[in-house]
Design a protein around this ligand. Sequence first.
Ligand code: BEZ
Ligand code: FE
Length: 304
Amino acid sequence: MTDLSYLDSIVDDAGSITEVVLAAMSRTDDARLKQIIDALVRHAHAFFREVQLTDREFEQGIEFVKAIGQATVDNHNEVVLCADVLGFSTLVTLLNTVDKTNRTPGALLGPFYRGNSPDYGNGESIVAEGSPGAPLFVRGHVVDSARRPIANARVDVWQASPVGLYENQDPDQPDMNLRGSFRTDAHGYFRFRSVRPAGYPVPTHGPVGALLAKQHRHPYRPAHIHFVVVAEGHETLVSQVFADDSEYLGSDVVFGVNRSLVGKFAMHDDGRAPDADVTGPYYTLEYDFVLAEGTSTCPTPPIK
Ligand code: BEZ
Ligand code: FE
């Protein structure tokens, strides 16, 4: 028989392949890339062994990955959605933000963040003229872990409408409605006017929706507002604040709710709204954003 012992990538049985693959990848120069791909291979191989994946199931898995790629277009990101409903996004967020500092926990970015939201001055409205909804006045305070105010932080906000749709999903809303970019003042405060967001179902038209249906899971998120807070010398905070009275707080389909991210959406009917044109009931939300010292980065928008 021919001596093949010098060929170190020959795999004769399922038991030896993991070590053979790890050896083949062992010359990767980038140490972090090596650590990540090695662990991915070890865990994926263990997973295939655990479930004894069949050829047909492997094909179906590949079809699923292909389908989430194909369902991803400029204004919809099915890949992010898939990571979200499987808890991947929240796990990564929490691994990176819940630590010994008392910083505000992060929450997943989600598939609806757009870059270049319009700049507004403090107190301005992110609601396009004529858009319906219960007035909401938001005041945020951005501070460091010693509770010192952070001036001139950039705060991007975006939210769904009172019918639970982001502007890019809704032909009835103008471009960039309910999105805005603010700067904190000298005392670390930012303020804006909006309308109360509603909870909403995540998009279910694609393969992720089909998966949720098979799992008998509802597709809803509780009402929330997204925030990205960027300040020099501090780690960027990507988070969400949830309405305390919202349905689905305890069963968010993407596992984004953290108890410290629930904010009081207080209802008032005292005729003392910050803007004179609001004479009926209105809501207020006040929330403190605590940033950890570090390097600021900007998240990549998943859609255009
Ligand atoms: C969002 O909050 O915008 C979101 C997060 C995950 C999936 C769908 C939407
Ligand atoms: Fe959202």
